[in-house]
Design a protein around this ligand. Structure first.
Ligand SMILES: *Cc1c(COP(=O)(O)O)cnc(C)c1O
Length: 372
């Protein structure tokens, strides 16, 4: 009997979300972003579920190798490009396209023997992370096309504030970034700009392609807007079971450091999920945990392999009850907000030791369609 914790990955939800993002992309090509082990969902699962995407985008050549081994024959894009001259061989062998964001990468290309390297010029339009300034793009284009075996596919930029909760007054609003892009943004045949938030909230962005990440996994890029409102379905549910119940008197404390102290006689359930599973230790008392159709508050510091919840008001919660740490019933964004982070971080931090169950049942498909 293995430990009663697992991450359920719903392939039909992934497929549904891709269809939804494709609809919002309105004719633009869709790159499915699968970095960080497909945001914790498993790269091989993503390869299967995103078969209809135009390409996969990631940051690691190892991912490209894994995707090819899993049968992916369409395009693959390296979002930060290559990191070293030794990457050029696998890049060409695996037919991976690369971002070019810095002069040192062009230098590596100049010195290599190239057959067919497809490049996308990264433009820094105001986020100040990666890329060339818009005024440098023409020169970079000329430098790249002068190298034998190099093809320039287009330009790429990234938005710092495409989520509606970010105020339009920010120094790098979508509007300001688009304006800095100038005519580059209007190259409908060669610009790839929008991430999930850009796709969902800024149809004016345009371009020829989009890069969908978090929304493909059914999680809203803006924690103030729900998945339901966006028509996407959470694909990962982290579930564990109650393995012990403690009946304690008022004044008794729970867990390391005795952080949580009972104000009344309390029923405390011990859940088989801890920080070594990817549930943050920084989670405060009161953080939401779903059990038996209700929300129970976290009680006490999260341990390495267990956490405790107050089920005094949830009599149905008992030994063996299934608990959802995040997923379809409890949004990962809500859980993340309780400890001051975002859903992205929790999904990516899912620990390798957590068993993954892949769900693709006919029943799911039917209920999903019934929900529209
Ligand atoms: C991660 C990433 C994305 C996807 O972002 P989401 O917010 O998850 O949609 C798109 N583009 C680049 C360059 C990225 O690094």
């Amino acid at each position: 009997m293995s430990r009663p914790i697992y991450a359920e990955i719903d392939l039909n939800a992934l497929k549904h979300n891709l269809a939804r993002i494709r609809e919002c992309a309105a004719g633009r090509d869709v790159w499915a972003v699968v970095k960080a082990n497909a945001y914790g969902h498993g790269l091989e699962n993503a390869v299967k579920a995103f078969a209809d995407a135009d390409g996969l985008a990631t940051i690691d050549l190892c991912d490209a190798e894994r995707a090819r081994n899993a049968g992916w024959t369409r395009r693959i894009l390296l979002l930060e490009g290559f990191f070293d001259a030794s990457d050029i061989e696998p890049l060409q062998r695996l037919k991976v396209e690369t971002i070019i964001h810095s002069p040192w990468q062009i230098e590596i290309l100049r010195r290599a023997k190239l057959e067919d390297v497809r490049c996308h010029i990264k433009v820094n339009s105001g986020m100040n992370r990666l890329g060339f300034l818009p005024v440098e793009v023409n020169t970079v284009y000329d430098q790249l096309t002068a190298i034998k075996g190099v093809r320039v596919m287009g330009v790429v930029t990234h938005f710092a504030n495409a989520e509606p909760s970010y105020s339009a007054q920010k120094p790098a609003s979508v509007e300001k970034q688009l304006s800095r892009m100038g005519r580059l943004a209007h190259s409908a045949t060669a610009a790839c700009m929008a991430n999930s938030a850009g796709i969902l909230f800024h149809p004016e962005v345009g371009g020829c392609a989009v890069r969908g990440g978090i929304a493909l996994y059914g999680v809203s890029p803006d924690s103030h807007i729900s998945s339901e409102e966006l028509g996407i379905v959470p694909a990962m549910s982290l579930k564990a079971k109650i393995i012990a119940i403690q009946e304690i008197a008022a004044g008794e404390a729970v867990g390391y450091g005795s952080r949580w102290i009972a104000k009344r006689p309390s029923r405390i359930a011990v859940v088989a999920c801890g920080y070594a599973d990817g549930y943050p230790r920084s989670m405060p008392d009161g953080a939401p945990v779903w059990v038996e159709g209700q929300i129970a508050p976290l009680a006490g510091a999260v341990s390495m392999d267990m956490l405790e919840i107050d089920v005094t008001d949830i009599p149905k919660a008992a030994l063996g009850s299934e608990v959802e740490l995040w997923g379809k019933n409890l949004s990962v964004n809500k859980v993340a907000a309780a400890c001051g982070t975002i859903g992205y971080e929790l999904l990516c931090a899912l620990a390798r030791r957590v068993p993954v169950r892949v769900n693709e049942s006919e029943a799911d498909r039917t209920s999903e369609h019934a929900d529209g």
